[in-house]
Design a protein around this ligand. Structure first.
Ligand SMILES: NC(=O)c1ccc[n+]([C@@H]2O[C@H](COP(=O)([O-])OP(=O)(O)OC[C@H]3O[C@@H](n4cnc5c(N)ncnc54)[C@H](O)[C@@H]3O)[C@@H](O)[C@H]2O)c1
Length: 452
């Protein structure tokens, strides 16, 4: 087939590498045909060529003309179909592998069309993701989901809770683990430089763990996010998905939306707010942060946590026949960890214009529960368990959240029910797992204390 509409592939020689790469990403196009004003084809290059040039130290502001391939394969107007097919199978040109599109030039070298060999698959655009904290509770599920979708996944994690969450992934072709610390700029660069998207999950997670060593928390949650942004911008990584938290809302009696005032009550929540601010203030047409404010997570994961309200209450109900309720009237927007990972996938896959610079509360409006309601659900599912009430409340967080934006814009729906999430954990207990649920590796606070 001869394609006469080829404007979207054409770039002027003075287009900068930075402009070209982001335009190619936006249009989901793999090649730049570099033409002068009279449409003479001067050279060809791909997204991969541009990324490599930047890695090799080319200034992102240099022009595409400085790195284009001027010895490209092309066809003349009178080339017959058989020859065109042959040319498309020649794999010396601008892309590794076969050439789906062969430029057709007239006698003056003017581009007049593209021969498209329909039998050759469209070159797959690079789909390579870095997940910081990818060995964690959310990250170990997310890594699996992205690998299953055909992404190349790199995890950068210091393995503070061990590597069990991703152990079996290490044999997979598209998976790479960098055991490293996000506070180390060299390791961040190693992880970021050749990916197309970063999902930033790593950090000291939770109010108690973050209070143990405030300086370490600031380094990990606050300053590392700043470095991450700088490095993404330098290496032209267009999309950064950031795991924030609904705990930025603190305590409030209204139904909270993304427009509500944030009232962080802890250092943890404050570092989430400051990271969100850096991210949004750095957004531009080349850098697109997406902020996901997760609700309160629960459920099974290959890296399990028993310091989250539902998981802890379920374990205590099963192993101790006791469900402790402190206060009980505080609201929590519950979100299954598998649904949280699914929201990250949606944020990676969505067209940039839908998500760029956006904050999304992640959860389901019908899944706001009070602590008392959670206890009652667990009590029903665990025979012989008893609810014990205490009226001291250490944790002042209390928030009920609206999730209509993520449902409307990204179609985030069909939550896993609280009952089935709890039953899944109970099935593991019944099979003899997690008898040591109090072990510090399941608890971020205890792990942090040991690491001091
Ligand atoms: N679990 C929740 O209820 C919840 C709620 C809201 C938001 N979030 C956010 O989601 C993200 C993931 O949380 P999670 O529950 O999976 O936590 P997690 O503690 O299981 O995972 C965090 C991962 O980051 C790694 N990490 C920590 N410090 C690091 C460092 N300095 N360098 C490299 N790696 C480091 C840890 O080893 C761990 O694998 C976090 O950003 C968290 O704030 C979680």
């Amino acid at each position: 087939m001869i394609q006469k509409e080829f404007k979207k592939y054409v770039y002027s020689p003075s287009t900068t590498l930075q402009e070209a790469i982001h335009d190619l990403y936006r249009k989901k196009v793999e090649i730049c045909l570099v033409c002068d004003k009279k449409n003479h084809l001067r050279g060809i290059l791909t997204i991969g060529d541009i990324k490599q040039a930047i890695l090799d130290g080319f200034d992102p502001d240099s022009s595409v003309a400085t790195i284009m391939n001027a010895n490209f394969i092309s066809a003349s107007v009178d080339t017959n179909k058989e020859e065109l097919i042959n040319l498309s199978f020649k794999n010396r040109g601008y892309l590794k592998g076969h050439i789906k599109r062969v430029p057709i030039l007239n006698k003056e070298g003017v581009l007049i069309g593209l021969y498209v060999n329909e039998k050759i698959k469209d070159p797959v655009l690079p789909k390579s993701v870095l997940i910081t904290g990818g060995a964690g509770y959310v990250g170990s599920i997310l890594s699996r989901k992205l690998l299953n979708k055909g992404y190349r996944v790199t995890v950068l994690d210091n393995l503070s809770f061990g590597s069990r969450g991703i152990m079996d992934l290490q044999k997979k072709r598209n998976f790479k683990l960098i055991k490293g610390d996000i506070r180390n700029i060299g390791e961040l660069i190693k992880g970021i430089k050749s990916v197309d998207c970063v999902i930033h999950l790593a950090g000291v997670v939770g109010d108690p763990a973050s209070s143990v060593n405030p300086v370490y928390t600031m380094e990990t949650n606050h300053f590392s996010t700043k470095s991450l942004i700088e490095i993404c911008r330098h290496y032209q990584v267009p999309r950064l998905v950031f795991a924030s938290s609904c705990s930025v809302y603190g305590a409030s009696s209204e139904l909270l939306t993304e427009k509500s005032k944030v009232r962080p009550l802890s250092l943890y929540a404050k570092t989430k707010v400051s990271s969100e601010k850096f991210l949004l203030s750095n957004a531009n047409s080349y850098f697109h942060p997406v902020i996901l404010r997760f609700g309160t997570l629960y459920g099974l994961s290959p890296r399990m946590r028993f310091d989250l309200v539902v998981n802890t209450m379920t374990a205590s109900a099963y192993f101790k026949n006791k469900i402790m309720v402190n206060g009980g009237s505080q609201w929590r927007p519950l979100l299954h960890v598998n649904d949280a990972a699914e929201a990250c996938v949606l944020a990676v896959d969505a067209p940039l214009k839908k998500v760029s610079g956006q904050i999304f509360n992640v959860g389901f409006t019908g899944h706001n529960f009070t602590i008392c309601q959670i206890a009652k659900v667990i009590n029903k599912l665990v025979k012989n368990s008893k609810i014990e009430e205490a009226d001291f409340v250490k944790d002042r967080r209390d928030y009920k959240v609206s999730f209509s934006k993520i449902k409307k814009i990204l179609g985030f729906d069909n939550p896993i029910s609280l009952q089935s999430g709890i039953k899944e954990i109970l099935a593991f207990f019944k099979a003899g797992q997690f008898k040591d649920f109090r072990n510090r590796r399941f608890n971020n606070y205890l792990t942090q204390i040991r690491n001091i």
